[in-house]
Design a protein. Structure first.
Ligand code: NAG
Ligand code: NAG
Ligand code: NAG
Ligand code: NAG
Ligand code: NAG
Ligand code: NAG
Ligand code: NAG
Ligand code: NAG
Ligand code: NAG
Ligand code: NAG
Ligand code: NAG
Length: 398
């Protein structure tokens, strides 16, 4: 670990942002707990709660009932989920650390995940009280803090609203909102507000507004598969997506849609997608998508979306980013809109057409340096220093 870190430092300082220091085969501390054993809790930390639909030794058959059994204190808890399809919504409000593990012998292979959580809900015709109600998983201190609201500052909560989970982690679980097979209104799969959350080797699927990172939300995604069609990374908070396969299930809005507010200035709020790939979800739909998927559009004029070292397939629009609408009155585009990329490659990247589009900022090495790693964007509440101890160090490849 020490060697890798020092090597990583040397390499990144020499070949800035080169994809060299990746910890290919690092494993988290939870591998023994996740492994399939006769007694499923062998190898698990103390305070691990077992969930299974078939194993009689488990006290809970749904993940949410296990979540609700855990006290709201600062003691770390773990939930081990045995294989199955779980049809439920999960809401995590506790402030202390919580880790949810899917059982697997292949923790470094998302495609082998044995646990899927399904929910079927969309705010299709504003028939829900808010988009957040559709989510499969929500991490927030309370319902109001998870709500999107509208306008520059979104849904208002009192300033003294407590922070939610300080260290929420999920390993090897897939979340699927299966409301429809096409964009039909906000259908969230995961939602993080006023909380810190890490997703490792997990799958996150819907068509619209799939990943929501709301106000004062910090979220890190490592080696996930994330699939959507319209504005499927959206929010006000700070999200870092690393070494992830982003699958385009169609082209709508943009891949990203972000907002800045006066409550998010502490972090370098925004969405950062790094060392990952953008590909059409499958070869049947790929031909119809060539040149049609935009990297993002500004939810408000303080949008910040940055792509770093990305492979982009031919689905990506030649101009890169777009405005919210074509009407100057509602295009949400201004001098503080940051829609940028650095070292993109693949058939979806063409410097000539990016420049002609006049919206996508091609970062210089100096500009990109401000967003080199999660350490550069996740800040302590007073903004004085980096705050990323909630990220699993085994899956922090810098
Ligand atoms: C990860 O794998 C790549 C190629 O497989 C290799 O070049 C690189 O050195 C490896 N990194 C580490 C930290 O082992
Ligand atoms: C990681 O790969 C190295 C080099 O191939 C190997 O020596 C080491 O045992 C591997 N570690 C794990 C945890 O698989
Ligand atoms: C189920 O709950 C009982 C009572 O709290 C506890 O003693 C037991 O260890 C639990 N079983 C499992 C598998 O977690
Ligand atoms: C959890 O405890 C914290 C600290 O006491 C408190 O601020 C928060 O409101 C509690 N959350 C819930 C959901 O009870
Ligand atoms: C989870 O929160 C949503 C609102 O976001 C609510 O509609 C749902 O009933 C909650 N589910 C549980 C199991 O608490
Ligand atoms: C949630 O917000 C609504 C609307 O502002 C308010 O009436 C309600 O009291 C809030 N709920 C809580 C638990 O703070
Ligand atoms: C390809 O992806 C689209 C969009 O998700 C889906 O509707 C279709 O069923 C997929 N086709 C195949 C052959 O997987
Ligand atoms: C943010 O702006 C809103 C609307 O202008 C205002 O009500 C609120 O007090 C501001 N919050 C902070 C923390 O400045
Ligand atoms: C843009 O940011 C600058 C400071 O960087 C600030 O002075 C200006 O008011 C902002 N403009 C808008 C439209 O928010
Ligand atoms: C980039 O786009 C320009 C303008 O459409 C085109 O002439 C050029 O061939 C493209 N370059 C590549 C490498 O595709
Ligand atoms: C590019 O956009 C800026 C406004 O953001 C405008 O001032 C400038 O004229 C545009 N350049 C071209 C070549 O369209």
């Amino acid at each position: 670990m020490y060697l890798r870190r020092s090597l990583g430092y040397l390499l990144t300082s020499t070949f800035f942002l080169a994809n060299l220091a990746h910890a290919n085969n690092s494993t988290s501390a939870y591998v023994a707990c996740q492994a399939v054993t006769v007694n499923p809790l062998d190898g698990c930390p103390s305070n691990t709660v077992l969930v299974s639909q078939t194993d009689c030794s488990a006290n809970f058959s749904t993940i949410q009932s296990a979540v609700l059994s855990i006290p709201n204190n600062t003691i770390p808890y773990t939930i081990l989920v045995l294989p199955g399809n779980y049809i439920e919504q999960i809401n995590v409000t506790r402030s202390g650390p919580l880790t949810i593990l899917g059982q697997t012998n292949s923790p470094n292979d998302q495609s082998e995940n044995s646990v899927t959580v399904y929910w079927t809900s969309a705010d299709a015709n504003s028939d829900l009280p808010g988009d957040a109600f559709s989510s499969v998983l929500t991490v927030a201190p309370n319902l109001n803090a998870s709500l999107t609201g509208s306008g520059p500052t979104g849904f208002a909560v009192p300033a003294d609203t407590p922070f939610g989970c300080t260290d929420f982690r999920v390993y090897n679980i897939d979340f699927r909102n299966v409301y429809s097979e096409i964009s039909a209104g906000p259908a969230l799969a995961v939602s993080v507000s006023r909380a810190n959350a890490g997703f490792y080797y997990s799958g996150i699927y819907s068509y619209q507004d799939t990943v929501y990172v709301g106000k004062l939300g910090n979220a890190y995604f490592y080696h996930n598969e994330i699939a959507g069609q319209t504005d499927f990374f959206y929010g006000f908070g700070t999200a870092w997506i690393e070494s992830t396969s982003v699958l385009l299930r169609g082209c709508g809005g943009g891949i990203t849609a972000w907002k800045g507010t006066n409550t998010t200035f502490v972090n370098k709020y925004g969405v950062y997608i790094s060392d990952s790939t953008l590909n059409a979800a499958n070869s049947s739909i790929a031909p119809s998508m060539v040149g049609k998927c935009f990297l993002g559009r500004p939810w408000n004029a303080l949008m910040r979306a940055v792509y770093l070292n990305m492979y982009m397939d031919a689905s990506i629009a030649p101009a890169g980013f777009k405005k919210w609408t074509t009407d100057p009155a509602t295009d949400n585009y201004g001098p503080n809109t940051t829609m940028a990329e650095y070292k993109s490659y693949g058939p979806g990247f063409n410097l000539t057409t990016r420049i002609a589009g006049n919206l996508t900022i091609e970062f210089t090495a100096d500009q990109a340096r401000a967003y080199r790693t999660p350490k550069d964007v996740f800040m302590a509440s007073d903004g004085s220093q980096s705050y990323y101890s909630w990220i699993d160090a085994a899956y922090y490849p810098w």
